[in-house]
Design a protein. Structure first.
Lengths: 408, 348
């Protein structure tokens, strides 16, 4: 059923080879490449390329379902792992809706018990409610909501990279991953040699792990000294406090560990607290003691942190998706987002490669989804549906549709 | 390495790892036929090394030798001898003891010496007057050292708890000295791991002597060298949880699998048994699993087994299940859980 996908991917890579070639990563000769074949049984790893042309040629021949390159540079990229001689690695980040709790998961994600086929919505439960087994086949989809969540996290991350870490705009590249999130690559000579431990500290800074109020001099005596224009976490706490006073819900406060009474007080006196905060400082509010403030600050840290995949960034031998290549689970392209154009960026438009033609498909089942300006579905056992190429390819890649013979 | 600073012989006694020290000794042209001079250098070298493992016979005279050229020359000789012993633990301990000594000297120095030494290591550092902070240091050089030694375990060194503005971390003078200690330790350690050739007879004898004395004391040096293995009932909560879930055929994340496998390998569990553990997992493929376990065991490629992550790392990855366990609160790495548990029991 994936023959159609392989065929379209090959078509794309051939087109690249002849036209605008897929850009090779910097330091091409020192990078390792890995291609995942459509039959899924084999990953060709430890490949190396001398030229951009050779890379493009190989892509067009293999037509991989997914193409990756190493964030690391090696002396011998084609050697076995132990003989590669690591020279350094870019700093990379992955933000995926999988790691962010979103309200839409319940709507478009589903699972089925491998044993009894019992089905449900959202992420799979611990055990099947019907037969008690614990193996599931789960399907995760994407929609505007989860992509927006991922984008918001990415914007926070990029802001930290520039403001806290001082990377320049030219050192940071952001991409739509082609599926449920974004990738951010930092290419800067200064970070190349950082080991995994040092990268872990960068991760902890970004996700706010280990943040302890007492080291941040947020108050002096009775006054709040953190101001929004201050750098790094102090500034973010100040910003977050204003945000919380105007927006947070009673439930969120209780979930953060505030006692009901305190949460009520906070909720009922937002306006007064806000003005109190700007002229008198927070510790001066006798109803809210330092323990409660600590909880509130932890809540702010949680909100202001960027939810990145911690494993990707700390792994100095990671293979990451090649920009310009297609994602095997969607048929979308990993495409760059300019840092200034983030707000208006539409991944479900910019990631589309095939803009022409119609294809007839039999669809098993799919939730509602959007590509470009058009909304599709939901589908349930839709036979002979005629869809634009990108939508058909998307469903085929998702494994829920089959092209009707004679329409390839 | 970076630019040089103007240092007097008195300074060089304190910082004998600097290239200026090497130059100074070379220019003196110490007469290797003058056995008296040579012997005092070798003696001082022995004192330096002995201090690292309480080899008492050589500890009487810790104060620097009155002739600075002898003291300065003793440093490279000591490094050479340690390299000749070829023992990782000794190299580490030696580097640490030298670096600690230097840290204490640095505390009393003025800006120019501190900056000079930092520049030798090519640090991006600048003086700045901002509250209690005397310097700003680029986060790369900060992290390179704040993630080493004991620093990695204390919350005040965590980057998330520092002032970080446009890549620069604010640090006090004391903190700079402490970070330099790590940098220097690393530098000396590298030197003592170099391959040594053409060993003069006099030094060959010293190497043998130090080696014998060190090996005698090595077993008593630290808890870390202990090879007591844990009973299954003494495994930490995270490992118990992973074992439980694996047995039920549930999926473990990459970090969880890595932790479980490296932990079990360190407890002496064989590759076959570990591979079998995963046989219930949905996408189990014996060959793939075996490949990964063997890789972690060091049987493929690198040959050194991977170390289990520290608890703090596992917390980053959301793998730690119970940091509130009373034993967990007192350890840094799951590998020492059972040792700590035993020692707590004993005291009760
Ligand atoms: S503190 Fe360490 S040993 Fe204890 S559960 Fe967490 S990771 Fe495991
Ligand atoms: Zn079932
Ligand atoms: Zn969604």
């Amino acid at each position: 059923m994936r023959n159609y996908a392989k065929h379209k991917f090959a078509e794309y890579y051939k087109m690249c080879l002849r036209g605008t070639q897929i850009e090779a990563p910097s330091h091409l000769k020192n990078r390792e490449f890995g291609f995942l074949a459509f039959d899924k049984t084999s990953m060709f790893r430890h490949k190396g390329f001398e030229t951009e042309e050779a890379l493009n040629r190989s892509l067009s021949v293999v037509a991989p379902s997914d193409a990756y390159y190493s964030s690391a540079f090696y002396e011998h990229p084609e050697a076995d792992m132990s003989k590669k001689d690591w020279l350094g690695a870019d700093l990379v980040f992955d933000i995926d809706a999988d790691h962010i709790p979103t309200p839409c998961g319940k709507i478009h994600d589903s699972w089925a018990c491998n044993n009894c086929n019992f089905e449900g919505k959202g992420p799979p439960p611990e055990r099947c409610p019907k037969c008690g087994k614990e193996k599931f086949n789960s399907k995760a989809w994407m929609c505007d909501t989860c992509l927006e969540f991922a984008k918001a996290e990415t914007i926070k991350l990029v802001d930290m990279l520039m403001q806290d870490f001082g990377f320049s705009e030219s050192e940071i590249k952001a991409y739509f991953s082609g599926n449920r999130g974004y990738h951010v690559h930092v290419e800067s000579k200064t970070v190349l040699s950082l080991d995994s431990m040092a990268r872990k500290e960068i991760v902890d800074h970004i996700i706010g792990l280990g943040f302890e109020t007492e080291f941040h001099k947020l108050t002096e005596g009775n006054r709040v000294v953190a101001r929004t224009e201050m750098p790094s976490w102090r500034g973010r706490i100040a910003k977050g406090l204003h945000l919380i006073l105007s927006r947070v819900t009673l439930e969120e406060l209780e979930a953060a560990g505030l006692k009901r009474g305190k949460a009520r007080y906070f909720d009922d006196n937002r306006k007064e607290l806000l003005s109190h905060l700007s002229d008198k400082g927070w510790l001066g509010i006798k109803e809210i003691g330092s323990e409660t403030w600590k909880r509130i600050i932890q809540l702010i840290v949680h909100q202001q942190s960027a939810k990145i995949d911690t494993v990707v960034t700390t792994d100095v031998n990671r293979l990451i998706r090649l920009p310009g290549s297609l994602h095997g689970k969607t048929g979308f392209m990993k495409v760059e987002v300019s840092l200034s154009g983030f707000e208006g960026f539409d991944p479900l438009k910019k990631g589309v490669v095939f803009k022409e033609g119609q294809v007839v498909v039999d669809i098993v089942e799919a939730p509602e989804f959007r590509i470009g300006e058009t909304q599709y579905g939901p589908f349930k056992r839709a036979l002979g549906a005629e869809l634009p190429t990108a939508a058909a390819l998307f469903l085929v890649c998702k494994g829920v549709a089959q092209v009707v013979n004679g329409h390839v | 390495m970076g630019e040089s600073i103007l240092l007097t012989p008195v300074d060089l006694v304190k910082y004998p790892f600097l290239p200026e020290a090497k130059k100074y000794v070379a220019e003196l042209g110490i007469d290797l036929n003058d056995l008296g001079e040579l012997e005092s250098i070798v003696d001082r070298a022995k004192v330096r090394i002995a201090a690292t493992f309480e080899f008492l016979a050589h500890m009487q005279n810790q104060a620097p030798y009155k002739k600075s050229e002898v003291e300065i020359a003793a440093f490279p000789v000591a490094a050479f001898v340690v390299a000749g012993v070829k023992d990782k633990t000794l190299a580490e301990r030696y580097a640490l003891s030298e670096a600690k000594k230097i840290y204490n000297y640095l505390l009393d120095e003025k800006d120019n010496v501190i900056l000079g030494i930092a520049k030798f290591f090519e640090w991006d550092i600048n003086p700045s007057k901002q509250g209690p902070f005397s310097y700003t240091l680029h986060f790369v050089y900060y992290l390179r050292n704040a993630t080493k030694g004991r620093l990695v375990h204390s919350p005040e060194w965590k980057l998330v708890n520092r002032q970080l503005d446009k890549g620069q971390v604010s640090v006090t003078k004391n903190e700079v000295c402490r970070l330099l200690q790590e940098e220097i330790k690393n530098y000396i350690e590298d030197r003592t791991k170099e391959e040594v050739t053409k060993i003069p007879q006099l030094l060959q004898d010293v190497i043998e002597e130090i080696k014998a004395e060190f090996l005698k004391r090595k077993p008593h040096l630290s808890e870390f060298d202990q090879k007591i293995q844990a009973e299954e009932s003494e495994y930490p909560p995270c490992i118990m949880d992973f074992l439980d879930r694996t047995a039920k055929g549930q999926h473990l994340s990459h970090a969880e699998r890595f932790t479980l496998v490296t932990y079990l390998l360190h407890q002496g569990i064989g590759v076959d048994r570990i591979v079998n553990l995963f046989s219930n997992v949905a996408d189990f493929r014996e060959d793939k699993t075996r490949y990964q376990v063997e890789h972690l065991a060091g049987q493929r490629g690198s040959r050194t087994p991977y170390r289990t992550y520290n608890c703090s790392t596992l917390q980053t990855h959301g793998v730690c299940v119970n940091p509130n366990d009373p034993v967990c609160k007192r350890i840094r790495n799951p590998l020492t859980y059972h040792l700590r548990k035993k020692s707590i029991k004993k005291r009760e």
